[in-house]
Design a protein around this ligand. Structure first.
Ligand code: PGA
Ligand code: ZN
Length: 428
């Protein structure tokens, strides 16, 4: 039997230059599994709690010294002596040690760091690449990337309220080809933005462009022009996905689009999204409505759910109970999966399985504050999740994952198929 002999955490920086938790889990005093925890900006209220130091001027209160301390003391005590391959048991022990429903006492960032590092250590003990260890007896596949092109909302300094305008390319039959086509599209979008006089230097938090635009439709039009410029065929092999992140501009029962000097009730938003789906090749909409606007979500699902992927991010917060509630009410048809929204690997895997069982699609997702840790690339392949959302194709915290997927595809060959057209058939 292998045994965890020590656990050690430290404060490191994420892609926004903010502190986050890194954990080393040592097994049999010789093998170390390491993981770094990501951090969101447009967070949902139902997410597990990210513990930050607050009060102090150090890192403007964003330090994670308390969470690091919890790993080095209470959590280390709870997991030392356990076999790292007993992931479910270890996660259960940590959840019990914390004792709160939102992991608020020890911090979800502390618990997740240990949880992911344990999996890495276990894979090393087994002599398996992480994706294969996580995959166990599941059927694995290469995920289809949903790639950020234009950013607004909390991820950019521009004026747009809606957060992500993304592309899904369905022509390629390998992940590698999809990635190179996506890079081509990104270059063409830059040319298009320059030509339209709206290009701004630098990139947004997730590596996409952050132009100042008058209306949200302009982002859709620019993306359409970039498709054409790149020789892609909108509606045939090039599609648009949106992350509206509507929770962020839901105020007093209305969706407030200050950029356009307009506000909508839920039915107005549904109507607008429906019109966009008729005018543009949109096949996926994430958080089209706010996290607790269940009546609105019912209307949205009734209007578009039969032919558009409707992803719940803030709606479900990778929480098995929230997802069960959504499935029960028949809202959305897809779930965004972010490991730090729930705080353990075991609960993350449970959400993916629950979604897969009822035919909800699953999209493994990065956060806007990311790190060089490519864990989610392996997670997406191992769980056969089908789709992945990492942001854009610039910035090393993004390419850490895209590049890991290149390595995995090379290693797996036909064993992990890449088939966007079959995967997304009901939305094309
Ligand atoms: P976040 O954004 O990491 O800032 O929450 C990602 C998303 O909304 O999908
Ligand atoms: Zn989102």
């Amino acid at each position: 039997m292998a045994k965890i002999t020590s656990v050690r955490a430290r404060e490191v920086l994420d892609s926004r230059g903010r502190p986050t938790v890194e954990v080393d889990v040592v097994v049999d005093e010789r093998i170390t599994g390491r993981a770094i925890v990501p951090s969101g900006a447009s967070t949902g209220v139902h997410e597990a709690l990210e513990l930050r130091d607050g009060e102090s001027v150090r890192y403007r209160g964003r330090g994670v010294i308390k969470a690091v301390g919890h790993v080095n003391n209470e959590l280390a005590e709870a997991v030392v002596g356990q076999d790292p391959r007993d992931q479910a048991e270890i996660d259960r022990t940590m959840i019990a040690a914390d004792g709160t429903p939102t992991k608020s006492r020890l911090g979800a960032n502390a618990i997740l760091g240990v949880s992911l590092a344990v999996a890495r250590a276990a894979a090393l003990i087994e002599g398996l690449p992480l994706y294969r260890y996580l995959g166990s007896d599941r059927s694995m596949s290469m995920p289809v990337p949903m790639v950020n092109m234009i950013s607004g909302g909390k991820h950019s300094e521009n004026n747009l309220e809606m957060q992500d305008f993304l592309a899904i390319l369905t022509g390629p039959s390998t992940y590698r080809e999809a990635l190179s086509q996506t890079v081509g599209l990104y270059e063409s979008l830059r040319d298009t933005l320059i030509e339209a006089g709206v290009f701004t230097p630098g990139v947004a938090d997730e590596g996409g462009f952050g132009p100042h635009l008058d209306r949200h439709e302009q982002a859709l039009d620019l993306l359409m022009r970039a498709f054409e410029r790149e020789g892609l065929r909108p509606g045939e092999d090039a599609f648009i996905a949106l992350d509206v992140a509507a929770t962020e501009f839901y105020e007093g029962g209305q969706y407030v689009l200050a950029t356009e000097e307009r506000s909508f009730f839920a039915e107005g938003m549904v109507q607008r999204l429906r019109e966009w789906c008729e005018q543009y090749p949109i096949i996926s909409i994430e958080d089209g409505l706010s996290e607790d606007d269940f009546d609105g979500w019912e209307a949205l699902t009734a209007a578009l759910g039969s032919h558009v992927q409707l992803i719940g991010d803030d709606l479900f917060t990778t929480n098995p109970k929230r997802l069960a509630m959504g499935i029960e009410r028949g809202i959305a048809n897809s779930v965004l999966v972010k490991v730090n929204q729930v705080g353990t690997l075991t609960e993350t895997l449970a959400v993916v399985e629950a979604a897969q069982q009822v035919g909800y699609t699953t999209v493994i997702s990065a956060r806007s504050g990311e790190t060089e840790d490519p864990f989610i690339a392996d997670l997406a392949v191992g769980t056969g999740a089908g789709q992945i959302k990492i942001g854009s194709i610039t910035r090393s915290e993004r390419t850490a994952k895209y590049n890991q997927l290149l390595r995995i595809e090379e290693e797996m060959g036909d064993e992990a198929p890449f088939d966007p057209r079959t995967l997304l058939a009901r939305f094309l």
